[in-house]
Design a protein around this ligand. Sequence first.
Ligand SMILES: *Cc1c(COP(=O)(O)O)cnc(C)c1O
Length: 453
Amino acid sequence: MHSFDKDADHAAVDKVLAYARERLLMDPVPLDRPRTEGELRELVGETITPEGLGATRAMDLFEHTLAQACLSNDHPGYLSFIPCAPTREAAAFDVVVGASSIYGGSWLEGAGAVYAENQALRWIADLAGLPDSAGGVFVPGGTVGNLSALVVARHTARNRAKAEGTGARPWRIAATDNAHSSVVSMAAVMDAEVCGVPVDDKLRLTGDALRATLEEHGPETFFAVVATCGTTNFGVVDDLRSVAEVCREYGIWFHVDGAYGGAGLAAPSVRDLYDGIEHADSFIVDPHKWLFAPFDCCALLYRDPELARVAHTQEAGYLDVLTKAPEWNPTDYSIGLTRRVRGLPLWFSLAVHGTDAYVKAIEGTLDVTRFAAAEIERRDYVELVREPDLSVVVFRRLGWSPDDYQAWTDRLMDEEFAFVVPTTFRGETLTRFAVVNPHTTKEHISAILDTMA
Ligand SMILES: *Cc1c(COP(=O)(O)O)cnc(C)c1O
């Protein structure tokens, strides 16, 4: 039996770290491709056995079969959804996080790590122009970030209605159809209702349309407005300034979902699109999307963290030693109790490279996106659907049916050349590039467009 024996443990650690080192330094990374369950069953068989496989066999199965049946999100030709392309430093530091057994929920247990995470959060808060009092926590993803923020918004609105004796119990969230699917899903979790606001001709949420929706349904029935800075499908940034003004006028919580696009705050060439974000009551950005951190990492920030603490702190006798302490306990600001210090890979990479390198890398992806848009305009067989605001470009291949798009996608994936899936907008099948990987070059873009001719 492969027991917990010291020599075997050392050998296993060496094997795992050797693989991690190799993968972290791999250049180029292979795209790889999925396999059917039947294929994997045949190739891998049963792995959980009473005696154990031993490190050599288990690692071998992972390295030579299982890992190769997973797409590498950091491949430069992976341009679907929103890819994840961490810096080597960030990805390597994730190994340290795993090795360190740090409980990231409380200051008492994770002070050093929480201090470092909070510095990374501060950098993001400063980019958004949030006040010194702002603070938050790294959560697993934008979905949990949106849910956590909306729970605080509702808690705050209902407490205020109670204090004012109005008897109101607001249950509605205002957002456009372009808001992320997680907003609708998390509203369902909260038993809240998302009330659709029509977009303008640039596909943006605006203050005027928001005001009309609030008036139509009764502003007292709303507890939050969700604006997006960088919609997932198109990268559209809502008109945050006018939306912020309407939120302030009605006293409704202003949440900004920047899960994908929030990183653009660091890029001078697009910074003015975000004008008004400094008024957000809460704001999220996923460093695992466009800030070069590994999965899974979302920065959740509140203008007034005390409101979040009141809404989220879990009370239990055995937790009193933590919750009654005056220090910053990250777990008090979101859904969830036990917490991995998932902000540390971002922190380490930021500390190593400095923020200027981030500005440059983000501007680099924007430059490649602008090149892609120009190439699409130049070629007669493809057509831009909308000028990109950020680093997503959506386009059509003239004359292609949905089946043609899918066949093209499958071919590029089978060849392990690129991963570019179709998307739909207003009933039409299209395709899109999401450029968040600094290793995606203009040459990659041209080569992919060539395959559509
Ligand atoms: C990706 C995304 C989310 C969800 O984030 P997860 O990390 O996938 O949970 C929410 N909002 C927007 C705008 C996104 O792009």
